[in-house]
Design a protein around this ligand. Structure first.
Ligand SMILES: [Fe+2]
Length: 437
């Protein structure tokens, strides 16, 4: 029997889940960590006479990060090629260009190792390229049906190390590569434990070149992961998987994920003003990278919820930046509609965001989280005041957006801590048009 999910806390006849798990790449963090790449490669079984590929974009070549990594690897005896053709929010054909590059240079066997250097787009292109080269065929063979053939990956392939140059997406630890399908105006993922990298190197000196607006946008995505992970349903509110292989990627919160959420919300909310105002503040950049990592460990294990579900149709229809979309949606969704699911938990979030809730009732403190989050965004001065300023979205558009959310995002909506109907989603979209005047 296939198992059913339940987000209800009501007792049910079938057994609740009793097991949770954590899968993670090897992680190295700190200023100068990128200068230890040779050692890192050695640790995951790569030897100095092997040939690797750096998957990146032209901007990261021009600001010098790629040259720095190439020099570091060549000084350790590695031979490296560079593919700098990654496009923003990569399409399937853009990833195929990278795969073709690999096959032309190295044949079907591909490189001995891969590095993904950049934001989520570069890391996802590297993850998808490595996976398809290792398993053969084309990208569409592994994309979920009906867009692709939905074949399962069986081989992780050559070692892959990811080096983020933004602090936000969490792609460096996630088991998913997100690709756009422009013909259908949708995004699809290749999702498998075989997609996850072997190692992640988080060096804040690689993030200083990120401009203030992108710094703020990616930070809001990271905060979204941390808060959504903290406030989603518990893992034992799902029914037990009869086969461990059927356990969902987004498996609900546990004591483990809550610990990371809590730390992430504090690190991100207390350092984002510093990095937006001074991009060279290495200490604060390091705190943001750690915050984004912890947020991803929490949110991408426990599971994202309503804000992420609503963000995908907005991104697909209006081609908005993912972090900026999460920023616009979070006050009305995660910190608005969802508050009723567990007010004491949201009161804790308010405190993690730095609010003083002393003397407040639980209800007042829970609603303070939204106010604190909006104040933070206003202070940063580079984020839109809501969906209207973000993409010109008006009340005329919310019906269609709600419909496509409910149609295409059941995977995330089912995990939302408060049950949600199409009318609810429409109301939340309306509420998210203007977070401040
Ligand atoms: Fe996200």
């Amino acid at each position: 029997m296939s198992y059913n999910r339940s987000v209800s806390a009501d007792p049910h006849e079938l057994s609740p889940e009793t097991v949770w798990e954590v899968q993670m790449p090897a992680i190295r963090v700190g200023a100068g960590a990128a200068d230890e790449l040779g050692y890192q490669l050695d640790q995951i079984g790569t030897t100095g006479d092997q040939r690797g590929l750096i998957v990146t974009d032209e901007n990261l070549v021009s600001v010098g990060h790629v040259g720095r990594i190439v020099d570091e690897l060549e000084s350790d005896g590695f031979d490296v090629d560079v593919f700098d053709g990654v496009e923003r929010e990569p399409s399937i054909s853009a990833v195929e260009a990278c795969i073709n590059f690999v096959r032309e240079e190295m044949g079907e066997g591909g490189y001995d190792f891969y590095l993904g250097l950049g934001g989520g787009s570069c890391m996802d292109t590297a993850k998808a390229t490595r996976a398809v080269v290792a398993n053969g065929g084309d990208v569409l063979d592994y994309v979920a049906a009906p867009t692709g053939a939905g074949e399962k990956l069986t081989d992780s392939g050559a070692p892959l190390i990811l080096l983020p140059t933004t602090a936000g997406t969490g792609s460096e630890i996630s088991p998913v590569a997100i690709l756009s399908v422009p013909e259908k105006n949708i995004k699809e993922g290749i999702s498998s434990p075989h997609v996850r990298a072997d190692a992640a190197v988080l060096d804040p000196t690689l993030t200083t070149t990120l401009p203030p607006d992108l710094t703020a946008k990616t930070a809001m995505d990271a905060l979204g992961h941390a808060i959504e992970g903290y406030t989603t349903h518990r893992y034992d509110n799902l029914l037990r998987a009869e086969d461990p292989a059927d356990r969902p990627v987004y498996a609900g919160r546990t004591g483990f994920t809550e610990m990371f959420s809590e730390k992430a919300i504090g690190l991100l909310s207390s350092n984002v003003r510093r990095v937006v105002n001074n991009g060279d503040d290495i200490e604060a950049r390091g705190a943001m990278l750690k915050g984004a990592l912890f947020g991803a460990i929490a949110g991408l294990t426990a599971g994202a919820s309503l804000a992420h579900a609503m963000a995908y149709p907005v991104g697909n229809n209006y081609h908005t930046n993912h972090g900026e979309t999460i920023a616009a949606l979070t006050p009305a969704s995660t910190l608005g509609y969802n508050v009723a699911s567990d007010p004491p938990r949201f009161a804790e979030v308010a405190e993690m965001l730095g609010a003083d809730t002393s003397g407040m009732s639980t209800h007042e403190a829970a609603n303070k989280a939204r106010e604190e989050f909006v104040n933070l965004q206003r202070d940063l001065n580079v984020l839109p005041s809501g969906l209207n300023e973000l993409a010109g979205i008006t009340t005329d558009d919310v019906g269609e957006l709600a419909e496509s959310t409910v149609e295409s995002q059941q995977r995330l909506l089912r995990c939302n801590p408060r049950p949600v109907t199409k009318d609810d989603v429409e109301e939340v979209f309306r509420d998210a048009l203007h977070n401040w005047k």
